[in-house]
Write a protein that binds this ligand. Structure first.
Ligand code: ATP
Ligand code: MG
Length: 562
């Protein structure tokens, strides 16, 4: 490979091209995405999905979806379904290659018998505590179990009887016979099978012995003819074990390649911790729009394109680190900027009356849907003498260089007329409740011959035509960039929930333009000057709910400086 070509490839692609050059896998690239169905997929999984499917695509290969469902206790068909939905939504297709490690239980059992027959596995009657005690430490070698020298015949007999359910849970395990003094603790006779009288979500009560993840994982890759088994760095020291198990049986040997996990700042990417948030009621569910799950991001208004773009931009590396969540938010903004129509929505309404505009007149104003996309066309917006504007677009006593509305000042109403503020109406408590304004004739957008210069433009909604909706303003779920990584003075981990942001959700009522009545679930919009929003699937025609996907700019930078 030329040096030039090598540097334009990521390190996984370099390995693949070396294999192609040496013909190790007959020019084939076959990857897989192997989730454990014990929770919903999150943004980290999205990176793994993107990586596996796009590597195979680049080299004309295939990608399998395989559920690593070897633990009957934590797994559920709810997760099996949500995982498939999420992968499809991201835009990837495993075609007819949907597999379950549990489909290989019979095959894995024969591999176990083969290991026993070769003297490479034995049945151990020790308790979990006894096994742990003899395991040694990274600096002290382990010691052999008293059962390590059982004969092949005895092991075969006991293992077959384990399968038949003759022994109690916890009374026996099958262990690989590797090396009790290996510097790699995983090679110190790891447990391969345990007894569990638990029903499995697919195999029911057929089995009462279940292979450990480490037993099932590498073998499943081999059974499926996977060439490049791409996974995250924490499996680096499992690789020698998978290699040993595969070579001991003498079957197809995939190449495992590890890359660093994706850890976006202000997010948690651990199914276990995410489950805690759901089960303890900190959030409304796995698809709460504040969750870093794919289903949460989808409901929040993120697009598959922006998530894949983010996965691509973060690249493949061998070094663990934190990825700035701003990169993800920017990918989302970039895509939404291209695809969303600009809408008028007033989040904090202040009423104005245009005193010189006829009370019963309604004019339709033509506005451009998306300046970034001419094909999105235009729409009509009703204008009348009573409007809502944003409370923050008026200041009674403005600083110099304030270009929005103020007493005696003019401002352009987007797509409509220039108005001037003539009078401020207050209630008894001194709160501003209404503004009296006048509009400048001949100042209509696109046909302005008034000669009046307005430096600012603000959005608005006609009061009699406005739709009142619920708006959910979401913010980051955590106040700390690495909520899962903190320790107290004694070195004990600090509960990540300590860093939950109490202001991660603010619910308000807003007034929006009437065309938003036609929005369908998950339709996305830019509310002009306010951010990107998406119609929540829980909306009804009487009660529309919009989720804020992301602000127009990074509002967090300002906040944290305070
Ligand atoms: P979790 O810690 O959230 O339970 P996991 O690694 O146990 O994650 P699996 O269902 O076993 O979850 O993961 C399926 C695949 O997704 C694995 O190949 C794993 O390496 C990959 N993966 C999981 N989390 C990340 C992440 N943060 N970044 C990249 N890949 C990930
Ligand atoms: Mg896992």
């Amino acid at each position: 490979m030329s040096e030039e070509k090598r540097t334009s490839l990521n390190f996984v692609e370099q390995i693949i091209e070396e294999h192609n050059a040496s013909d190790r896998f007959g020019q084939k690239v076959h990857t897989r995405f192997p989730p454990e169905p014990n929770g919903y997929l999150h943004i980290g999984h999205a990176k793994s999905i993107y990586t596996n499917f796009s590597l195979a695509k680049k080299y004309g290969g295939k990608t399998n979806l395989r559920f690593d469902d070897t633990n009957p206790v934590t797994e559920d068909t709810e997760y099996v379904e949500s995982i498939q939905e999420d992968i499809k939504w991201l835009g990837f297709d495993w075609e007819d290659r949907l597999f379950f490690a549990s489909d290989y239980f019979e095959q894995l059992y024969t591999y176990a018998l083969d290991l026993i027959k070769k003297g490479k596995a034995y049945v151990d009657d020790s308790t979990a505590e006894e096994i742990a005690a003899l395991k040694g430490t990274p600096t002290r070698p382990g010691e052999p179990s008293p059962y390590r020298s059982r004969t092949i015949e005895e092991n075969l007999d006991l293992f077959e009887r384990m399968r038949k359910g003759e022994f109690e849970e916890g009374s026996k395990v099958l262990r690989a016979k590797i090396d009790m003094s290996s510097p790699n603790m995983l090679l110190r006779d790891p447990v391969l099978y345990r007894i569990k009288f638990a029903a499995h979500h697919r195999t029911g009560d057929k089995w009462c012995i279940y292979p450990m993840y480490d037993m099932a994982h590498g073998y499943s890759d081999s059974i499926e003819g996977i060439t490049h088994s791409v996974c995250t760095l924490e499996f680096e020291n499992h690789r020698p074990l998978y290699d040993w198990l595969i070579d001991a049986v003498g079957i197809h040997h995939p190449q495992q390649i590890e890359f660093s996990r994706l850890n976006p700042s202000y997010m948690i990417t651990s199914k276990r911790k995410l489950r805690q948030l759901v089960e303890e009621g900190h959030l409304t569910g796995w698809n709460d729009p504040r969750m870093p799950t794919i289903s949460g991001l989808r409901r929040r208004g993120y697009t598959p394109e922006s998530i894949c773009n983010f996965a691509e931009k973060t690249g493949l590396t061998k070094r663990d680190g934190i990825t700035d969540v701003l990169l993800l938010e920017d990918c989302v903004r970039q895509h939404l900027n291209k695809i969303t129509p600009r809408m008028m929505a007033v989040l904090s309404p202040l009423k104005i009356t245009i005193t010189n505009y006829p009370e019963d007149k309604v004019e339709m104003m033509e506005v451009v849907n998306n300046p970034e996309d001419e094909s999105a066309g235009t729409r009509e917006l009703p204008f009348s003498n009573k409007l809502y504007i944003e409370t923050t677009d008026f200041m009674e006593d403005p600083p110099r260089k304030y270009f929005r509305l103020a007493p005696g000042k003019v401002v352009r109403l987007k797509g409509a007329y220039i108005i001037q503020c003539d009078e401020v109406i207050k209630d008894d408590a001194g709160e501003i409740i209404e503004l009296k304004c006048s509009y400048i004739e001949n100042s209509k957008s696109g046909e302005d011959t008034s000669g009046v210069k307005a430096k600012g433009t603000i959005h608005w909604v006609s009061v009699p035509h406005a739709e009142e909706v619920e708006v959910r303003l979401y913010d980051r779920l955590f106040t700390d960039p690495t909520p899962g990584n903190h320790k107290d003075e004694d070195g004990n981990p600090i509960d990540f929930k300590t860093f939950l942001n109490p202001e991660s959700l603010q619910v308000i009522k807003a007034q929006v333009e009437p065309s938003l009545q036609n929005a369908r679930p998950l339709d996305k919009f830019q509310f002009m000057r306010k951010g990107y929003f998406c119609l929540d699937p829980d909306s009804t025609s009487e009660h529309l709910i919009f989720n804020r996907t992301v602000t127009l700019r990074d509002s967090w930078a300002k906040k944290t400086k305070k």
